[in-house]
Design a protein around this ligand. Structure first.
Ligand code: RIB
Length: 294
């Protein structure tokens, strides 16, 4: 069984700020750094650092070679990454003194996928293989339809939630990894329990992990639910905490660990990631997660 992550690749321009800039305000930043990011790239790196073998597909421009190097450095297979004559996607990220962030995206090559390219990539995968998706690339609806036709298991992190998701047939998704806001946007419910009830009603065969910020996370499979608390740490930068959780959860699942263990490792890895700056560089390696005694 092979794992394909078809997702975004971004250059993250990260600005350390005293507070998030307000409308009409001009604010001097305290520091600026460039990191490799994009929800797709972060999740591939989290999967790889957690021990999974993963192929990444997605598009970059000639200015995005750094992103391929970052994937390859962690052992992610980049055979399917395509180089286009456009600018690579990027994110402008403000991180405040409490480690919270605001993210402004420029899609660039992340929004330049064609049906032909998607068909070429998916031709390398078969029934039973897994595809991991987020919502930062164009033609997500097409990818879901074609992957489903091929019999692939579809894992979706519908982040960031936007109108494009309404074009996707979410009945084809086997696994949702969502936060409370996305859960609310999909179901129209606000309370975590009601979000889970509604998801079970609309997508009865899908398994769900709902992350609830400081309230931890809940795994749901039909009427069965498992809860996981967070590990409390001093936050430096929360960017990619969700991506780390997703990558570690999926990798642990692939390894055959039981769900409580998958949730615990994902929560630990995600907590460690917020203790340091940047997106992909903040993702801990498996041994660090296993050795962490908190
Ligand atoms: O989830 C964090 C990521 O969101 C950042 O790396 C940024 O690129 C945006 O895609």
């Amino acid at each position: 069984m092979k794992v394909l992550n078809f997702g975004s690749l971004n250059l993250d321009f990260v600005y350390q700020v005293d507070h998030m800039v307000s409308p009409g305000e001009t604010l001097a930043s305290l520091k600026m750094q460039t990191f490799c990011g994009g929800k797709g790239l972060n999740q591939s790196i989290a999967l790889a650092k957690a021990g999974a073998e993963v192929y990444h597909a997605g598009c970059i421009g000639r200015d995005g070679q750094l992103l391929v190097e970052a994937l390859e450095k962690e052992g992610v297979r980049t055979d399917y990454v395509k180089i286009l004559e456009e600018k690579t996607g990027h994110a402008i990220i403000q991180v405040d003194r409490s480690g919270q962030n605001c993210i402004l995206l420029y899609g660039g090559t992340n929004r330049a996928q064609t049906e032909e390219y998607i068909d070429q990539v998916l031709a390398g995968f078969d029934a039973g293989d897994m595809i991991v998706l987020q919502n930062e690339i164009n033609l997500l609806d097409y990818i879901i339809d074609r992957a489903y036709e091929r019999g692939m298991t579809i894992v979706l992190n519908p982040s960031p939630f936007d109108e494009n998701l309404k074009d996707c047939d979410l009945n084809k998704v086997s696994f949702f990894l969502i936060n409370e806001v996305e859960g609310s946007q999909i179901t129209g419910e606000n309370e975590p329990e009601k979000i889970l009830d509604k998801l079970a009603e609309i997508y009865p065969d899908a398994r769900v992990v709902l992350t609830l910020g400081s309230e931890g996370s809940v795994y749901q499979e039909k009427e069965y639910r498992i809860r996981q608390s967070i590990y409390r740490v001093e936050a430096v930068d929360t960017t990619a905490a969700g991506d780390t959780f997703t990558g570690y959860f999926v990798a642990s699942l692939l390894e055959g660990l039981d769900i409580s263990r998958c949730m615990d490792l994902a929560a630990k890895a995600s907590a460690l990631s917020v203790t340091r700056p940047g997106a992909s560089p903040s993702i801990p390696r498996r041994q660090e997660v296993l050795d962490w005694n908190i």
